[in-house]
Design a protein around this ligand. Structure first.
Ligand code: UGA
Length: 443
């Protein structure tokens, strides 16, 4: 099957690479000619395990190409995926300008029936706007061509996107057209052969499903963080509580890990956008607003704990920071708790010595060279001359630590663990003051 994908960002690249890998012919279009040239050369601008190998292999097979030539790309595929960004507007709602720009491009160049597939995360009602935009552009051209617009949201997690695309639980499609259903079935047949993963529904429900899924997951995280903070005040251990509640299959063990708050390009943006939509339709989103404000407060927890540990005086202190990315296996620092912490530390006059296995370049790109930030090559280097250690990301490489060595390296024996990586008793046994999230000791 011939498939066109607009947008060679995270979602577009994973979709294009995976669809080419199962035998489809895929053209990915992007307006950034440097990016397109690099991709055609097998250089992938994002860190996603397995992605570069799949892209290189399919460039070699000829089933995957990157181009800036929109006219050729529109002519190519029956399915035209839109996978461009929907950044938040000033008021938190999703900005649709890039999505609608692609819709206009498709309508400008199409010469026969096309199926436009919204893969970008877009508010309910967007497919109707895309439809109106295509119809208007066709009318301006004086062309009468048939087309359909459907919604096919993605449920990829950064760091596990290839696995999620290939072995995801479901493929949600919003459409009322048999022709679309048939084409989408053909497109996803390699992934849906053994178990039918396709869930067809109306367009608006598919659009809402995406936001509802992310809002539900964000709610689970804010819920457990709220209980963790309560556990701290009450002298209980959230890790026991998590285990205790997770064993009930109605609750489950997944996605109830307490921490220093959720980050990334999806949860913060999507919770805000859904809340915005709710306001627009006159339904005040009480729960969503609580989820967001709990998360903002949670991101301040690490700094608050440090302030507690140093009696409010962090000026001139050097803080070692392990983990910059918003989660492991990615170099993405969008909305990362590490950023909230670093910015608060700098404002308080402290220095940061940070180490992250993947996100150092990204950190340099965001903050540039500054006297109060050192990016270290190894985790141990970040400890040299540091007053305390804070862990922001649960990279595998941080899970095993010689606590005696840690005690020796730090000027004050303070470890603040934003991801509950260690057993408090064994850290304390080494003479360290250990503060995790929701584990009894309140600072
Ligand atoms: C999320 C969803 O999990 C995907 O299903 C969705 O497709 C994607 O957003 C999207 O909309 O594109 P992602 O943002 O890549 O994926 O990362 P997650 O693994 O969901 O983690 C998000 C944040 O929640 C991270 O900061 C993580 O540390 C935090 N988290 C996650 C917790 O604090 N506790 C948990 O139990 C789980």
């Amino acid at each position: 099957m011939r498939i066109t994908i607009f947008g060679s960002g995270y979602v577009g690249l994973v979709t294009g690479a995976c669809l080419a890998d199962v035998g489809h012919d895929v053209i990915c279009v992007d307006i950034d000619s440097d990016k397109v040239a690099a991709l055609n050369d097998g250089q992938v601008p994002i860190h996603e395990p397995g992605l570069e190998t799949i892209i290189r292999h399919n460039l070699d097979t000829g089933r995957l190409r990157f181009t800036t030539d929109a006219a050729r790309a529109v002519e190519f595929g029956l399915l035209q995926f839109i996978a461009v960004g929907t950044p938040p507007d000033e008021d938190g709602s999703a900005d649709l300008q890039y999505v609608l720009q692609v819709a206009r491009t498709i309508a400008t160049h199409m010469r026969e029936y096309k199926i436009i597939v919204d893969k970008s995360t877009v508010p309910v009602g967007t497919a109707e706007k895309v439809s109106a935009c295509v119809a208007e552009t066709l009318a301006e051209r004086g062309a009468t061509l048939a087309f359909d617009v459907c919604s096919n949201p993605e449920f990829l997690k950064e760091g596990a996107a290839i696995e999620d695309f290939s072995r995801g639980a479901r493929i949600v499609v919003g459409t009322d057209s048999d022709r679309v259903r048939q084409a989408i079935r053909e497109c996803y047949a390699p992934y849906s052969r053994l178990h039918d993963k396709l869930i067809f529904m109306d367009v608006r429900s598919a659009e809402l499903t995406k936001y509802a899924a992310n809002a539900m997951l964000a709610t689970k995280i804010s819920f457990i963080n709220e209980i963790a903070n309560l556990a701290e005040k009450l002298g209980a251990d959230i890790e026991h509580v998590r285990h205790g509640i997770g064993s009930d299959p109605r609750i489950g063990h997944h996605f109830i890990y307490p921490g220093c708050g959720y980050g990334g390009s999806c949860f913060p943006k999507d919770v805000q956008a859904l809340a915005r939509t709710a306001h627009q339709v006159g339904h005040p989103p009480q729960l969503l607003e609580a989820v967001e404000s709990i998360n903002l407060r949670q991101k301040d927890q690490l700094f608050a704990k440090l302030e507690g540990a140093f009696n409010g005086d962090l000026a001139g202190k050097t803080i070692a920071l392990w983990g910059l990315a918003f989660k492991p296996n990615t170099d993405d620092m969008r909305e990362a708790p590490s950023r909230t912490l670093m910015e608060s530390l700098w404002a308080a006059g402290a220095r940061v010595q940070a180490f992250d296995p993947e996100a150092q370049d990204e950190c340099r790109r965001i903050y540039g060279e500054r006297a109060d930030l050192s990016l270290c090559k190894r985790r141990d280097e970040a400890l040299e001359g540091a007053d305390a250690l804070v862990i922001c990301t649960e990279w595998k490489a941080f899970r095993s630590v010689d606590f005696a060595m840690l005690k020796q390296a730090l000027a004050s024996p303070i470890v603040i663990d934003g991801r509950n990586l260690f057993e408090p008793a064994s850290v304390k046994q080494a003479g360290l003051d250990y503060y995790a999230i929701g584990r009894g000791d309140s600072l």
